[in-house]
Design a protein around this ligand. Sequence first.
Ligand SMILES: NC(=O)c1ccc[n+]([C@@H]2O[C@H](COP(=O)([O-])OP(=O)(O)OC[C@H]3O[C@@H](n4cnc5c(N)ncnc54)[C@H](OP(=O)(O)O)[C@@H]3O)[C@@H](O)[C@H]2O)c1
Length: 251
Amino acid sequence: MKIVVIGGTGLIGSKVIRNLRARGHAVVAASPASGVDTITGEGLIEALTGANVVIDLANSPSFEDAAVLEFFETAGRNLLAAEIAAGVRHHVALSVVGTERLAESGYFRGKIAQEKLIRESGVPYTIVHSTQFFEFLGGITQSGSDGQTIRLSPAFFQPIASDDVAAAVADFAAGEPRNGIAEIAGPERVRLAGMVRRFLLATHDSRKVIEDPHARYFGAKLQDDTLVPGANPRLGAMKFEAWFAHTQSAQ
Ligand SMILES: NC(=O)c1ccc[n+]([C@@H]2O[C@H](COP(=O)([O-])OP(=O)(O)OC[C@H]3O[C@@H](n4cnc5c(N)ncnc54)[C@H](OP(=O)(O)O)[C@@H]3O)[C@@H](O)[C@H]2O)c1
């Protein structure tokens, strides 16, 4: 199969490409770095010619509310139109568990718009909903940071290693379109504030985590179950401490 990975230079994109090439697929890494831009449309038609599957793993370069919405709407429209013209048979996109419950957040309004365009495009699709990557724990810590304290919700949280995300995305891309959502998550269900304490301990960061049920997650209020999957998600194998040791030894 010819598979095009939009955002092929990114954290997940580069791992998905390695995974699919190891299985013998012809994989094209597409991103502005290789002359393919879903915002301007540059290089899209050429990249998609003869493609069976497109995997969209791009992310907005700016996380400012209006910029994220503009990115996912424009990129989604251009990409799906090019897929229809090229006769692509399966569109796979990576989004976030609970996206539909997080509309108070500007970032998630962008992901909601991306998913709506996919559902309405007519291209057979699989939307993979992942929980937060372990690699994103630093960003979450920063988002709650206020001097020497970090104020975070005690809502449930089930983060996953990017290697496990990439393996799952590759499997879904090699399979049949679900025309729906497939959920993936990490092996442990914990509390968000508690996981960040483990992250601070591992990184020798002495800041204190304060649990605050009213603390917002990138602008959105959290209920206990907002960030965690429903019944029967596919689970990654790697736990936080193993992931941390693995990333340290890779550096
Ligand atoms: N962070 C999390 O915990 C989490 C959880 C669940 C789902 N997700 C989703 O996972 C996806 C991938 O995230 P990631 O962390 O792997 O992303 P990332 O490392 O930030 O990579 C972003 C990719 O997007 C590409 N890109 C940017 N603008 C583009 C454009 N105009 N046209 C084509 N490609 C463009 C970049 O290409 P260049 O390198 O050429 O600029 C890069 O390859 C995102 O959609 C995100 O919503 C994230």
